[in-house]
Ligand binder design. Sequence first.
Ligand code: CUA
Length: 336
Amino acid sequence: MRHLHAHRNPKPAQQRILPYACLLSLLAFTGCQARALNPAGPAASAIASLWWVMFITSTLVFIVVMVALALALRRRDVGDRGRGLSRSLVTYGGAIVPGIIVVGLMIYNTYITVQLEEPPDTPVTTVRAMAHQFWWDFEYVDYGFRTANEIHIPAGQSVMVQLASDDVIHAFWVPQLHGKRDMTPDHVGQIWLQADEPGTYQGLCAEFCGMQHAKMQFLVIAHEPEDYQAWLEQHQVIPPVPEDPRVFRGQQIFLGSECVYCHTVRGTNATGTLGPDLTNLASRRDLGAGTLPNTRGHLAGWIIDSQQFKPGNLMPPSPMDGQDLLDMLIYLESLR
Ligand code: CUA
């Protein structure tokens, strides 16, 4: 008997919890969407206003329909006059008014979509974005260098980003700056990024692309135009041969390792393209496309065995002697 009771009892508790669970999931949902509804550029602002217009309209329609339903349930016998009213309600409320609302929303939606296909401003440069499982390669075609997992742009000016994929379908999404855009292997798409103010905006892959889809993030960093120019200049510099003997030793260890088959450091014989370009590695905020902060400890762990942090990524473990690893880290930290 006790056993049976134990099975019966939890039900009321579950029922009591249900409304709170619904509320919590709703809150989680709004948290998820908050960035898209907190626009920081012209394209995201247009998308956010479309969202608000649709949300407010559908909320009003829902309230009106629910009130009409409540009234209909309360009044049983409506009489002849009531039947006439019901018929015109069906005509107006069921066909004409919804038709006007749907067509109105469609026109507004088309207007916004057309607007999003136009650059907000003459693009100042082009960034060629290539999605990989599970990281981003960004090539500044006008300046001859690449970055990984970070796009830098001047605030208040637009940058054209060409979108393609090296393997499966990914999607490029910076919620505060623009809508989602697919990146496919057989087509080059494009999008314009423009931020109103300097700041760091989170970007992510928005199409399930494999085991580490969730750890396929990037940053869009908007600078004041003069800081952006300085950033461009810094990134065009080819790192000189290290003068410090320890840094030099670190470089020799790096160049003698298997790292060079997959990574590039401009000005050296490391010219691999399977993994991120490391020429300015030390200037980046994160490692592994948003997996870890870029610190010496995390970088060491990442080199030794990145599979611990991001299982399924393409980088194999590289067990190393402690001193060699330390010198190599010092070299990599010099790549700013
Ligand atoms: Cu790339 Cu999901």
